[in-house]
Design a protein around this ligand. Sequence first.
Ligand code: ZN
Length: 470
Amino acid sequence: MHETFDRLKQAAGPGGFSDDAAEIAPYLEEWRGRSRGQTKLLLKPATTEQVSAILAICHETGTPIVPQGGNTGLVGAQIPLHGEVLLSLKRMNRIRAVDAPGMTLTAEAGVTLKQSQDAASAERLLFPLSLGSEGSCTIGGNISSNAGGNHVLRYGMMRALVLGLEVVLADGRVLPMLKSLHKDNTGYDLKQLFIGAEGTLGIVTAASLRLFPHPAQMVTALTAVPSPEAALTLLGHMQARTGGLLSSFELVSRPTLEMVLRHIPNTRDPMETPSPWYVLMEISGGAGASLEALTQSALEEAAGEELLTDAVVAQNQAQARSFWHMRETISEAEKREGVSIKHDISVPVASIPAFIAEATGVVVKKFSGARPICFGHMGDGNLHFNFSAPAGQDAAFSAQWDEVQLTVHDIVKAYSGSISAEHGIGQMKRDLLPRYKSSEELDAMRALKHAFDPKNILNPGKTVPAVRKL
Ligand code: ZN
């Protein structure tokens, strides 16, 4: 083992490793504290060649290795749970190119999402992926988890934003797929296999990403809506009235907002009268007629049809940011409130109201005092459908964790939904998959895993459930 570690340190180059427990510690815990790992060796390569050399050694010696980006993942995929070598891509942090006319950006895996957005902005272009953790999450992590976020409605998930990838295979060979082509129809689209694969099939070291024109106008509006049904009708109404210019459509329940107001400093109730539900929307687009006037009149019509009871259109960037601040600090507020059992689910968009009614009803009846905290990307059919513990009952509620999740996920399945819409599988949801995915799909996943990583050294035990032994 010592000999292998010495070879790995050598391969990682100067400044490319640490075996100092204090330096390694922050890499071992997921931010919500739900996964804690261990390792004796952290590798921090700065080049693709170094990653390649590292994996060649791991493959030869059968040494398991776990890749990590900004360590903001929510399902434990990036944590070495069994003492695997940890591979941080953070030092691979160069933007290799921005092609403004071609609207592409080529970035290494360790570039943060914020850096990528800024590099696009500098060319008056937009990289549309937008997440609460954008200051610290990295492009490699965004790709490996197929991140979603607040602009999926308009621009798609990370998968839709990747044109090319550079990937180091388990045995150290490099798949040179870093093309900036908008069209490339040459057989299997191999890069897609590594997107959302959580580092189980190969290590993403760089990516070519799609950019978009920076919207000339952007309007942010917060609306009070009487029900999820009204919100669903409002979604269709706003899409129709703006000609498809909606870039966000976020549903937030009143108890969720109240939790934010309770825990997050410098937040205040945005409207005079409380409403059971809110929708935060963003409309962005062209340089022509005033988008704000269009939004205002569309909202007035919606009010006339009783789809909303109040609306505030942000009058400046500061006000828009304050609305988004409330949306983006929900997770932090939940954390401060205490135990929260979370579900990152999706169902067909039109089923959202029925799902919320049924799942809330069943959980609240079965788990007395559970407090529903429902919010999320309604336009994508993706809810963060969480339950906070009854006041003062954190321990008792925690003991019911699996049962609460099973109850929610079974209802998700009945709606033909997904038990992981945008956070991935990792360690946390791996063993749930056999209940919710067909054995045919799981067999295909296992076949891919075996083909790309026959020695099972890449993030072993994550994403792909083992064959059930009966
Ligand atoms: Zn989300």
